[in-house]
Write a protein that binds this ligand. Sequence first.
Ligand code: GLU
Length: 376
Amino acid sequence: MSSKLLTDAKRVVIKIGSALLVDEQNGTVHRKWLETLAADVARLKLNGKDVILVSSGAIAVGRRYLGLPDGHLKLEDKQAAAATGQIRLAHAYQEVLGHHDLIVAQMLVTLEDTENRRRYLNARNTLNAILRRGGVPLINENDTVATDEIRFGDNDRLAARIAAMSGTDLLVLLSDIDGLYTADPGQDDTAQHVSEITEITPEIDAMAGGSKTAHGSGGMVTKLAAAKICLMNGCAMVITKGDAQFPLKRLEDGEKASWFIPSTTPAKARKCWIAGSLQTSGTLVLDDGALQALKNGKSLLPIGVAKIEGTFDKGDAVILKDSAGLELARGLSSYSSGDAQKIIGKKSAEIEALLGYRGRDELIHRDDLAMTESKT
Ligand code: GLU
């Protein structure tokens, strides 16, 4: 059964829509519900899972404090509402998760943070650092600085990007609708619920129509866009109606939902992406020890690199070759070519003294490495 995807997941992103969290009439947070969500999160954490929350609701909570009217707001008013709402939202999460001794770490991100390679890597490293220390990242779009042309605008796609960025196995969209239907169930009696999807075909796309809810920005269209990002990255996704208490427990117990099931894993999808579709901007020539380490699935340390060719930035893709010029692998460099030049052939413990800052021990971490066919 598909709910096993939640039971088996090691890392889960949970997206909470505004409509679930915020009272439509008075803009207050549904505290009781949020407490049950926190209990669910605590249970998942106890079961050894990493949990990342992507929560909407900043604008919906904030608008009444600034006396803004109901209905559609101008961009700057939305941004002002988000600025005051986000504090209250984060505080509510901090309180309810604090009851379970969980630490919340707020990250506000923009579209650019997920698209620009360096910023992407930075955000990813921060996210991983929070998770490693047992924290619960609480993410929203940085609404106060994102203008219309450069914003996500909806947290469905933002959550999918975060899931892809963090190698997550499952994205849970807690929504005000229990999944995908063959037609709009509000308008068409023959509409059928679709419980499992393995591919977003044009027929599936056509089912989404253009539905929207009052509070959130995302309708089914943005949810399918999120599903595409997830499936491409080996992450499963589920849309479920999350308004009842303990929404994740209910999902585990088989609550009605639409499950999007990928044909690959996050790790394989990432390796495929690194191996296949990246433009490389430099080459590292390895010594025999490093070759062996790589073949054994280890990271590439500076000491194993004999020579560097080309100019690249931190985060750029490079080709790894042996001394005869045969390509063995591709990977994302943790250092720019300038800095890499200074540390190759040296022990990782010397990095700080050589560069004046403490970077990663690995020149290329094994998660950022993919073995490739020899292509010379
Ligand atoms: N970032 C917006 C907020 O927190 C919500 C975006 C959405 O509704 O998906 O208010």
